[in-house]
Every structure is written in C-alpha cells, then in structure tokens.
Design a protein around this ligand. Structure first.
Ligand code: ISE
Length: 341
C-alpha cells in the first residue's frame, strides 16, 4: 500500500522534498501539504498533486489518513513537531537541524526512549552522497591507514537574509559538516575552537572551526556563506598512509577561449539531488519495514550536531577552545554511536 505522507512546510525544502516524492519515488502519496500560509500550501499541493491542504501542523500529523511525516518548516518548529509525530507513533523525516538546542534534542530522545523505538530520521542527506560514501569506504577498508585529519569547505553563494550572523553559520550551515565528518570518521567530538577573518564589507565573514575528536584527529571546517562564486563543498580526509578527496561534481565542462570552465550549482539542491533521493527512499523503506536506515542520522546524531554547534557558538563568541561534553547515549541509539573511539 502506498505510504500517505504529510509534508509540513511549503518553503524551499518542503517544496523540493514534495517534488522528489511526487516525481522520483514510487510507493508514496502526498496526502497533505501544510504551511502557515494556506496560499503557499495550496500552490505546492497543486504543483505536486497533493490531496489536502492544512495550516495546522499538529492537525496534519494527527490525521488518520497520514502514515508518516516530513518536517521542513522553520528550524524552531523541528523538535516540537518531531515530538508530536512520536506521540502519534508516526515515523518522521525531519530536516536538519533537529533543533538548535541540545536540550530540545534530549527531549526528543527521551520521548523515543519512553516508547522504546526510533521514529525520527534527521535529514543529514550528505550521509547518502556518493562522495562521502566512497570516502568512508576508503577509510573503513584500511587503504588510508588511521585517519589523522579531515578538511572541510562549505561555501554558499550568499546569505539569504541580511541579518544572517556568524552564529547562524555555525548552527544552520555547519551541522552538515559536524554530522558527516563524525559519521565518516566514526568518532565523537571533544573540543572546538572557532575563528573568523575580517571582510571589507558588512556581510558575514567565513567561520573557521577546528574540532578535536575522541580518536585524536583534527577536523577543520570552513563555513563561507558569502563565497560569491557558487555552491561549493569540498573535503579531504588524510590518513597515515593515504588521503581521499571529494570531487566537485560536474557532468560537463566547457573548453573554449583558452579556458576550461566548470559550472557551479547555485545551491545544495542540485549538488545533493541524488543524496536527497536516496535519503528519502531510505525513509520510505523505514516507514514500510519499521527498520531504521543503517546510515541515516537519528535523534542521537541530531543531538551531537546541536551540542557541537552550541559549543562552536560559545568558542567563537569567547575566542577560546570549548570542551564538548555529551550525555551518555541511551541504549536505543547504540547502533548509531561510533565504534572506533
Ligand atoms: C541550508 O540550510 C542547508 O542545509 C544547506 O545545505 C547549506 O549549504 C546552507 O548553508 C544552509 O543554510
């Protein structure tokens, strides 16, 4: 039977997810599109052929004709709506971050622990990207030797709002790197430092972070939200016997006028299109089978990203190294806790 999905949030990500489910993935029916703006919800529902339009997310989650939930509403609604989905016993694919507050992530975990199963898959889609898959396979296969460092670059064209702050670079953009580096290396973080160069204008300057891991590795991350030239994510993992890099994706390049030209995507939706499809397909399988996807991020992953971001914000504000201390992971999350500590 087709899975009946409620999509909460009809903005950029809600629309993209709805399009992926409607056009690329079999076995799912877009039952409800819900948005604070009824007009926006209706517009998306008409585009993707969804059945119903609502403005109340809790009502959408509670509907009897909804089996599963996709949350892509503003960040501050992610945890409360995940909690509502757990209460309704409905699996939920929640866009990152699970919350910007580690306390709220703990509440989500407590609620799952109370019922004894995981409902929340967090949308850290890079875990499904082929480049990180191959990077992890090279490391786990032993070809690189023991990991020493991972370098990460995350560049956006420009910040969406004028009031975008360096703290938002850490809480909104960097969680992708916090999560994927932790996933690839199979470690937890124990400390973070953060720095910023000075720009000549009023736009947010890049934030550069250095994280120390439980395995003695260093992970550095550049978040450059105003890189101007394109959406560009790079990474290199350096081991004791070799290194592996993520290639920038380009299906075609142009050689002309004494130049070799490669196009950049405008944003993450193009660069990670296949990763989103794989992630959402894994979610549908999770809904069908009840088995949490092995490589997906769960609420523990959401918590680890949030507590790292909180420490990063403090490190930048106080110009100092901040220790990252997590709670002990509940047994429910044992399979998502790194083995190689
Ligand atoms: C946005 O929310 C994302 O998730 C993108 O992947 C990231 O590149 C961007 O910086 C974030 O604002």
């Amino acid at each position: 039977m087709s899975i009946r999905l409620a999509v909460i949030g009809a903005g950029i990500m809600g629309s993209d997810h709805a399009r992926i489910f409607a056009e690329d993935l079999p076995g799912v029916t877009l039952q409800v599109i819900c948005d604070a703006s009824e007009e926006r919800a209706r517009h998306l529902a008409d585009r993707v052929g969804a059945k119903h339009v609502l403005i109340d997310p809790e009502a959408a989650i509670a509907r009897k004709d909804v089996d599963a939930v996709l949350i892509a509403s503003p960040d501050f609604t992610h945890a409360p709506l995940s909690l509502a989905s757990i209460r309704a016993s409905k699996p939920v694919l929640c866009e990152k971050p699970l919350s910007q507050s580690s306390q709220e992530c703990l509440q989500v975990m407590e609620s799952e622990v109370a019922v004894g199963r995981r409902f929340v898959q967090v949308g850290f889609m890079r875990r499904f990207d082929q480049s990180y898959t191959e990077m992890k396979a090279a490391l786990d296969g032993g070809r690189l030797g023991r990991a020493l460092m991972m370098h990460n670059f995350h560049r956006n064209v420009e910040t969406p709002q004028t009031d975008f702050t360096a703290a938002m670079a850490i809480t909104n953009s960097a969680p992708h790197e916090f999560d994927v580096a932790r996933f690839v290396l199979g470690v937890e973080y124990i400390g973070i430092s953060a720095f910023q160069p000075r720009r000549s204008d009023t736009r947010v300057a890049p934030v550069v972070m250095v994280l120390e891991t439980s395995g003695g590795q260093l992970v550095n991350i550049e978040i450059n939200n105003n890189a101007a030239y394109g959406y560009d994510v790079r990474g290199e993992l350096v081991g004791e016997r070799g290194a592996t890099s993520i290639n920038a994706l380009a299906f075609a390049t142009v050689d002309a006028g004494l130049q070799h030209v490669r196009r950049y995507e405008e944003d993450w939706r193009g660069r990670y299109a296949e990763a989103y499809r794989r992630q959402n397909r894994a979610f549908l399988k999770f809904v069908q089978t009840g088995e949490f996807p092995v490589i997906a991020a769960d609420a523990w992953g959401g918590y680890c990203a949030a507590i790292t971001a909180e420490a990063g914000v403090r490190a930048l504000a106080g110009n100092r190294r901040v220790v990252i201390e997590t709670v002990n992971p509940p047994d429910l999350y044992r399979s998502s806790v790194p083995m190689k500590m």
